[in-house]
Design a protein around this ligand. Structure first.
Ligand code: SAM
Length: 293
């Protein structure tokens, strides 16, 4: 952490490969602890509300969490015609599960987060996302998502891998064995969405994930969103589907007639988010079975 002499208080800074640094001014320290997996901090910031950081990397801020959680949850849930059972791996702040459970037809959402310290610090300091922890349809487990998927015989319509970057306990969440277990845990019409890094600073990791997952699923598509608090701003999710295409099979009326109101997501954003800049499209095209679009 560094302190900018021009402004009172400290700044939390995210250093990216020692080539790029960005920061947020802290106005109040809310929590800091070292779990078995990572350093966990929650701070109040001058311009982005409360913020969760794991090992110094921004996970969630009150100011822009709606973007990430809208796009992780609503794109697959409006692609699948009748999602009832949803599994979230990671997602310790609660924002993804919160958006999932806004869909009245979802009957059960199971959330498997490895780090209890993330859950408890968010429960105490970031009610905006953690209020979902008391939802009657939510089952919250503190466990390793890799082990859970390897051992479960439950079936899900949608699985959301809301993980940290491919380091530490999250590294296996980007591997072939894990996705073979995801495939097995999905129903015949199942859809999985994963946090898929970004084409600017992590294109190698992004392409590696597409390469692995497209070997297992007939339909595999990156889709983008813009995040204020992640390096470079343009970030992606990877949607992989056993049956339904996220654009060709998408029915916009399902969104407009859902009665749900969103801050970021809508039926136009749903379709537009799958349009890729050429440098990303060219990088992943060789691995997509049915061409780049
Ligand atoms: N939106 C954030 C992002 O894009 O980086 C991620 C949200 S959430 C805070 C990520 C969570 O994944 C963390 O709380 C971390 O503890 C959890 N996680 C990492 N590896 C995991 C694993 N193997 N099983 C379950 N949860 C895991």
């Amino acid at each position: 952490m560094s302190t900018d002499s021009n402004v009172p208080g400290r700044w939390v800074e995210e250093n990216h490969d020692d080539q790029y640094r960005f920061g947020f001014r802290v106005t109040k320290e809310l929590f800091s602890g070292q779990s078995d997996f990572q350093k966990v901090e929650v701070v109040e910031t001058a311009g982005h509300g409360k913020m969760l950081l794991n090992d110094g990397l921004v996970m969630v801020s009150e100011r822009d969490e709606f973007v990430y959680h809208d796009m992780m949850a609503h794109v697959p849930l409006f692609t699948h015609p009748d999602p009832k059972r949803v599994l979230v791996i990671g997602g310790g702040d609660g924002g993804t599960a919160r958006e999932v459970l806004r869909h009245p037809y979802v009957e059960h959402c199971r959330m498997v987060e490895i780090d209890d310290m993330v859950v408890e610090s968010c429960r105490q300091h970031i009610p905006l996302t953690s209020s979902v922890f008391d939802h009657p349809k939510l089952q919250l487990d503190i466990a390793d998502g890799v082990k859970f998927l390897a051992e479960t015989d439950e079936k899900y319509d949608v699985i959301l891998i809301d993980s940290t970057d491919p380091i530490g306990p999250a590294a296996p969440l980007f591997g072939t064995d894990f996705y073979k277990n995801v495939y097995r845990a999905l129903t015949d019409e199942g859809i999985v969405v994963a946090q898929a890094e970004n084409g600017f600073y992590e294109q190698e990791a992004q392409v590696a994930l597409v390469k692995i997952v497209s070997e297992l699923f007939p339909i595999c598509r990156l889709y983008n969103y813009s995040n204020l608090t992640y390096p470079g701003g343009l970030w992606s999710f990877l949607l992989s589907s056993k049956k339904f295409h996220p654009v060709k099979d998408f029915v916009p009326d399902r969104v407009t007639s859902s009665g749900l109101d969103f801050k970021y997501y809508n039926e136009d954003i749903h379709r537009a988010s799958f349009a890729q800049p050429s440098f990303i499209r060219k990088a992943v095209a060789p691995y997509l079975k049915d061409g780049a679009q």
